[in-house]
Write a protein that binds this ligand. Structure first.
Ligand code: GDD
Ligand code: MN
Length: 373
């Protein structure tokens, strides 16, 4: 006979795994393969300001600027701003060197005297931007194809689009394969959400925003870490679309060292973001509300159901319940399966991140070494 407490644990397990699975299946079957309800002009080329925030990126900044320069986009429509926050490894002088050898590009170097975090530096850069669209891109990311920028920006030809991000493919040794399993799942979710209305999770590899919307929002939020996702969500909350583009995929470098800390810090940022949007949920546009609700649940509440279920089962197992012992053993044995293991690890990151958020927000974070350099 299964007692009430064990039943409760089972219910938690069912919701914990069932909800994300149903959400994924719903997006995949109902939205993923639908055609976009947006009118995209592939030849649309708005004036663009590309902002690269840097903190100690001496190893990567040259490659990043070369990658931007190699984009197939009319040069006279591109402006690049590198905003550096008091790097100690000589990043600004490398940028100055690059500017010298690429006089055909309009490049502005903004140097901050003190480091106050990525979002703060973006707001500093915003004052110098003139493009119709502002693209923020991390120094360690690459855009893969020469069309990435043009592809991503073409979505702005539809005036309903307020923000665009890329899909991601992880690159690196070791943990990159873990990251890949996780990405395939999330790319489907991001795209499904975008076709339905908007995705509340944006990527630092390529996050493009209509400049006038950024100005209206008063810039990027500096009190939380996920500047890109939060800004995109605020834009979607205003009724514009904030989408992940299926014609723009970027390389996401996975750190060789400090992978766990990297995942926890990013989870912390997303939790900060979803906590901050909680009070705005009632105001969300009809199509976007269920998306925001689902993602908020997945980041803020769902992981805790797993922890609660595990705690109940452990308690029951210790007090001699054979059912609880069997369930715990099954739960552990399943770790042999990679997708399950990847999912459980993500839940552990999310729980650790919520706890860590109590004492540190990681606004100016420690840099992780990248594998693919
Ligand atoms: N100017 C400036 N000032 N740039 C910074 C600072 C800062 O204090 N801190 C980090 N950056 C720059 C880095 O140099 C890099 O170009 C970019 O911001 C992203 O930093 P990474 O250290 O590569 O962080 P990540 O890849 O783990 O961060 C990801 O998640 C964040 C949110 O959790 C990216 O997607 C970020 O864009 C995103 O904000
Ligand atoms: Mn990075």
């Amino acid at each position: 006979m299964v007692d009430a407490l064990t039943m409760l644990a089972l219910a938690f397990v069912l919701i914990h795994f069932g909800f994300p699975l149903l959400y994924y299946l719903y997006l995949r079957s109902r939205w993923l393969n639908r055609s976009w309800d947006l009118v995209r002009d592939p030849s649309y080329r708005p004036r663009v300001t590309i902002v690269v925030p840097t903190y100690n990126e001496a190893n990567l900044i040259r490659r990043k600027l070369d990658d931007i320069a190699s984009q197939d986009y009319p040069r006279e429509l591109v402006e690049i701003i590198v905003v550096d926050s008091a790097s100690t490894d000589g990043t600004p002088s490398i940028v100055r060197g690059w500017m010298e050898s690429h006089r055909d590009f309009k490049v502005i170097l903004v140097e901050e005297g003190v480091r106050r975090g990525k979002a703060f530096s973006l707001n500093n850069a915003l004052r110098f931007t003139s493009g119709e669209v502002v693209v923020v891109t991390d120094a360690d990311s690459l855009w893969i194809s020469r069309d990435t920028l043009a592809n991503a920006l073409s979505w702005f030809s539809d005036s309903r689009v307020g923000a665009v991000t890329c899909l991601k493919t992880p690159v690196g040794d070791g943990f990159a394969s873990v990251e890949k399993g996780y990405r395939d799942f999330y790319n489907v979710v991001r795209l499904g959400e975008s076709k339905k209305h908007s995705t509340p999770v944006f990527h630092g590899e390529l996050a493009a925003f209509r400049r006038d919307l950024l100005v209206r929002l008063g810039g990027f939020p500096t009190d939380i870490g996920a500047d890109d996702s939060h800004t995109a969500t605020l834009i979607a909350l205003r009724g514009y679309r904030a989408i992940a583009a299926d014609n723009a995929t970027c390389i996401e470098p996975v750190p060789a060292k400090g992978y766990h800390m990297w995942r926890i810090r990013r989870a912390q940022h997303l939790i900060q973001h979803f906590t901050k949007t909680l009070r705005l949920l009632p105001k969300a546009p009809k199509e976007f509300k269920p998306i925001l609700l689902a993602e908020t649940w997945l980041h803020l509440a769902n992981p805790w159901l797993l922890l609660l279920a595990a705690a109940i089962l452990l308690y029951k197992a210790l007090t001699g319940s054979p059912t609880a012992i069997a369930l715990l053993i099954a739960g552990i044995a399943l770790l042999l399966f990679k997708p399950y293991r990847t999912w459980i690890t993500t839940q552990i990151y999310l729980i650790t991140a919520s706890i860590r958020n109590i004492w540190t927000k990681e606004i100016a974070w420690r840099k992780q070494e990248k594998a693919c350099q």
